[in-house]
Design a protein around this ligand. Sequence first.
Ligand code: FES
Length: 107
Amino acid sequence: MTSRRIDDHPILGASPNCREVTITVDGSPLLARDGDTIASALIAAGWTAFRHTEKRHEPRGVFCAIGKCTDCVMTVNGVPNVRTCIALVEDGMRVETQEGLGTWRVP
Ligand code: FES
């Protein structure tokens, strides 16, 4: 899949060279940039559904993008309900699509 990143913005200019980090999303490796939020890394890779609702199992993704609505929550390193629009990626991070309210999977 091609990246959805804007590498040369008409006003902001070229994006800086950033260190790459690898996160795992639903068991598959994904290259992200240091400084990405989890959501921005996923959107750049083409993801749109970050969780499914409890009652109707409808997909949800980024809505507010400022940490207020909880539409973007995912399970991160076994911890459910992490707002991915404000959580930064870390090398080796495990990110999982969340079903409903999520469950704790901390070893
Ligand atoms: S998109 Fe609203 S909290 Fe992340």
